[in-house]
Design a protein around this ligand. Structure first.
Ligand code: NZQ
Ligand code: ZN
Length: 387
């Protein structure tokens, strides 16, 4: 196990009716907030009205910026920063999914900065301050509610880039699984894939003696594998929704990274895909992750065998353990298919036309991934396998 520092400062407020605490929570930080949200799901579900009521009861002045797109854009981040400057806003409240939260994080870090916020995403500058940020989560998927990262797409060149700093972790996250019952099956499924991918990015490590985190990863994966079909069958199953929502946070708040080095090559490749083609992040992962696994499993067959045995309960083929490793990968792909998700680019009508561009962009700052370092040629091969 490697040395580590783990600090996840986000206060989690979890369960039924917790959204009604929003006014009191925000009051601890500010009397003037920017309420940031997406295209309208929070209005349809009634969450918006509840949030406004609670904030008003707490005497909080509300400024609004709605309309965040899935795969959030830099132009809206800049709009949010200007709105905060013009009105002296010093707290951001994100109500929605990963896209809304990431847009809010970028605003939070951009407001106290004199330059252009994109500087952080191209490593031209390092943030030293951020406005405090609160979250009400409506879709379990990215883990952004407690993660240190934000992912933004710059429309100029369609670069989708991420930053990761502890100061980006939200001060608090309110998570009521009841608000995820309105998710269409498709969004539920892509969320599950993202959660599993966050765990698997950490699981596939070459660091040894990481038994506790291995077991925690396996438990999280098994929980998602068991509960996702339950909510696909019965979207109103509160207990299953709750398991998935909590798994989503645990998957990406870095507890599962302690003492080990994760990979994240698949995420880097996927970000090129959703940056250019605007597909949902989880769909991109359902395509890229199995292809990545097929490409690199030979570099550490034992780890893939452990995955197959412990996560999918497969028997080891002692004479040809590679077969067990491959069977585990197939089981994962079958699971994604059972959620009605594509696992190949052709199903998304994506051809090889821009493979070269994606592979170049992905590796322009050097190889990606730690479990296996991927160079441009490797990324091209993985895209080819995903075809
Ligand atoms: O915009 P609205 O109307 O709210 O609709 C959203 C959106 O269309 C809808 N939705 C959300 N909650 C709902 C709902 N519909 C019905 N009922 C609800 N309760 O779902 C759609 C997708 O929302 P979005 O926020 O885009 O999804 P997600 O949470 O998957 O976020 C994806 C973004 O996060 C990034 C991804 O790359 C992508 O840009 N990621 C962020 C990470 C982080 N910050 O730590 C890590 C991830 O790996 C990921 O890269
Ligand atoms: Zn992800």
């Amino acid at each position: 196990m490697q040395n580590f520092v783990f600090q996840c400062a986000t206060k989690i407020i979890f369960g039924r009716n917790t959204e009604n605490q929003i006014g009191n929570e925000v009051k601890n930080y500010s009397r003037k907030v920017l309420l940031h949200y997406g295209a309208g799901s929070i209005k349809r579900s009634g969450l918006y009205d509840k949030v406004i009521k609670s904030l008003q009861e707490a005497d909080i002045e509300i400024f609004e910026l709605g309309g965040v797109l899935a795969n959030p854009r830099l132009s809206m981040v800049r709009e949010g920063i200007s709105q905060c400057h013009e009105n002296g806003i010093d707290f951001i409240l994100a109500v929605g999914g990963g896209s809304v939260i990431d847009s809010a994080k970028a605003i939070a870090v951009g407001v106290p900065y004199d330059g252009d916020v994109w500087d952080f995403f191209i490593r031209k500058s390092t943030p030293v301050r951020a406005l405090p940020l609160g979250v009400i989560l409506t879709i379990p998927a990215t883990g952004s509610e407690a993660s240190k990262s934000a992912v933004i797409t710059n429309e100029d060149g369609w670069y989708k880039r991420s930053i990761g700093y502890d100061l980006l972790r939200p001060a608090f996250a309110i998570m009521n699984p009841e608000f995820s019952v309105t998710l269409p099956p498709y969004q539920t499924a892509v969320g599950a894939v993202d959660i599993m991918s966050h765990v698997m990015e950490r699981y596939f490590t070459n660091v040894t003696n990481v038994e506790l985190t291995d077991r925690l990863c396996e438990a999280t994966l098994k929980t998602v594998l068991r509960n996702t079909p339950l909510v696909m069958q019965d979207p109103e199953d509160y207990n299953a929704r709750a398991e998935i929502m909590w798994a989503g946070t645990i998957a990406h708040n870095d507890l599962l990274s302690t003492g080990r080095i994760g990979d994240f090559g698949s995420h880097k490749i996927e970000h090129e895909l959703s940056g250019i083609y605007d597909v949902a992040h989880g769909v991109g992962l359902a395509v890229i992750f199995p292809a990545w696994m097929k490409y690199i499993y030979k570099n550490n067959v034992d780890r893939f065998v452990q995955f197959a045995v412990r996560v999918f309960d497969l028997e080891i083929d002692f004479e040809a353990s590679e077969n067990t490793a491959l069977e585990g990968i197939n089981k994962l792909e079958e699971f994604f298919k059972s959620l009605d998700l594509p696992t190949h680019l052709s199903e998304l009508h994506i051809t090889d036309e821009r493979f070269e561009e994606m592979a170049s962009k992905c590796t322009e700052k050097g190889p990606v991934g730690f479990f296996t370092k991927l160079y441009k040629e490797d990324v091209l091969n993985i895209l080819e396998l995903a075809r």
